[in-house]
Ligand binder design. Structure first.
Ligand code: NDP
Length: 444
């Protein structure tokens, strides 16, 4: 059996009931096959893949908190410190009832390669809790965040592990988490990114993932003689990534006709009203059913359906496995030319393979949404020098990171004979740098 197959088999056996983690490992290792096979004897002797797929450390802890009625709840918190070969662990905190160790490991594993692709000095990690922020009062959110950080603060720090936002963790939660860290550790340091501007946050961080997604999409299309301008775009999600993907796509001259949340989706044939979307989601924290009040010409549908709308570009920006093979076929039949993942692993493996087969340009999340973590690393730099850069300065750096990231994955794909396959390109380019650092640092 080949080394790659052997390691995939062991991961499945040793990490039962973690399908998302298996999916992520399989996707990465399958596409690294060509590099691994060229070095099989050496990598096998040094157990390189085993060291890559086993987190350096995983922490699981109890998070008790009291609701507004005096009822005590207990959630489970996680932090997986996956790989620190190229820098301190870096990756978000997800607060969602679906969170479990397998989901955090899948996200942490992906994060290793994504962080490497940014070209910055950040290792891979991820964390979160099975806490549902929906419907909670501000005080309850604060109570949860304080309890979560009381334990987490023992394991993180500006030079060891720097968490950030993710699903369910936005500016409000980062603020409460930072306050508790400072109180527990007595340190005002850049231990979290996505902070408010008044206490060390970076301009452009809020917009970074969505903007970065459009910068890489634009660069990829440009190399194929096309552009975002004039295209019709379908977006899923209506959170941080989706909102700023919609905004930048519009700024680049596209018409975005959909957004969604976990209960339904909006179709606005005249183009999503970004000001209305921000007011509903960021200010009032309401459901998308409200959108029709702002735009009577739009439609609201319950359930799933964004991918049935005819478009040139699809940007899945909600959650993992939200776009399956049937959706991929519908998009293709409707003439989609590009699919770029704003979320982490939103396309199933079958859907991604189908896009490649059909010659539809496909950029995987670890490259396409790397603008978020790249800008987080820029926030870390600003915190270290205790300076704040202007919006344009950070945005300019973000754009150039995404442009070079695209060429990096494009070149890696070409070098190994997989021209146009950005999944292979991203995994190989991310892997090479991490492996180089792991070899240099010995067996640790
Ligand atoms: P948010 O919490 O701001 O938004 C998530 C959006 O996805 C919401 O519209 C939410 O709907 C929807 N959603 C969440 N879970 C589901 C589900 N199970 N089914 C359908 N819809 C769902 O998160 P972000 O925008 O920050 O993150 C979105 C994705 O992007 C995630 O995969 C995340 O890991 C990834 N990502 C985020 C980065 C960032 O900087 N924020 C960086 C890189 C990747 P509802 O409000 O109803 O729950």
């Amino acid at each position: 059996m080949s080394y790659v197959d052997e390691v995939i088999e062991r991961v499945i056996k040793e990490n039962p009931a973690e399908p998302e983690f298996h999916q992520a490992v399989r996707e990465v290792l399958e596409s690294l096959r060509v590099v691994v096979e060229a070095n099989e004897e050496k990598f096998r002797r040094d157990a390189l893949l085993e060291r890559l797929v086993n987190p350096e450390r995983q922490i699981k802890f109890r998070v008790p908190w009291i609701d507004d009625n005096g009822q005590v709840h207990v959630n489970t918190g996680y932090r997986v410190q996956f790989n620190s070969a190229i820098g301190p662990y870096k990756g978000g905190l997800r607060l969602h009832p679906s969170v479990n160790i397998g989901i955090i490991k899948f996200l942490g594993f992906e994060q290793i390669f994504k962080n490497s692709l940014t070209g910055l000095s950040i290792g891979g990690g991820k964390g979160g809790a099975d806490f549902d922020p929906k419907g909670k009062s501000d005080r309850e959110i604060m109570a949860f965040c304080q309890s979560f950080m009381t334990e987490l603060c023992k394991y993180i720090g500006a030079d060891t592990d720097v968490p950030a936002g993710d699903i369910g963790t936005g500016a409000r939660e980062i603020g409460y988490l930072f306050g508790q860290y400072k109180r527990m550790r007595g340190l005002f340091e850049g231990v979290l990114t996505g902070k408010g501007l008044s206490f060390g946050g970076s301009l452009t961080r809020t917009e970074a993932t969505g903007y970065g997604l459009l910068y890489i999409t634009e660069e990829m299309l440009r190399t194929h003689g096309q552009s975002v301008s004039g295209k019709t775009v379908v977006v899923s999600g209506s959170g941080n990534v989706a909102t700023y993907a919609v905004e930048k796509a519009q700024q680049l001259g596209a018409k975005v006709v959909t957004v969604s949340d976990s209960t339904g989706w909006v179709y606005d044939p005249d183009g999503i009203d970004i000001a209305a979307l921000k007011e509903i989601k960021e200010v009032n924290r309401q459901r998308l059913t409200e959108y029709k009040k702002y735009r009577p010409g739009s439609e609201y549908h319950e359930g799933k359906g964004v991918w049935s709308v005819k478009a040139d570009i699809a940007l899945p920006c909600a959650t993992q496995n939200e776009l399956d093979l049937d959706d991929a076929k519908t998009l293709a039949a409707n003439g989609v030319i590009a699919v770029c993942e704003g979320a982490n692993m939103p396309c199933t493996a079958e859907a991604a393979d189908f896009f490649l087969e059909k010659g539809i340009y496909f950029i995987p999340g670890k490259a396409a949404n790397a603008g978020g973590v790249a800008t987080s690393a820029l926030e870390m730099s600003q915190n270290s020098e205790r300076l704040s850069w202007s919006f344009d300065e950070v945005d300019g750096k973000l754009r150039s990171i995404m442009v070079s990231l695209f060429h990096n994955i494009d070149d890696a794909a070409k070098k190994y004979g997989f021209e146009g396959n950005y999944i292979v390109g991203a995994n190989i380019a991310g892997f090479e740098k991490v492996v180089d650092a792991m070899y240099a640092q010995g067996i640790v």
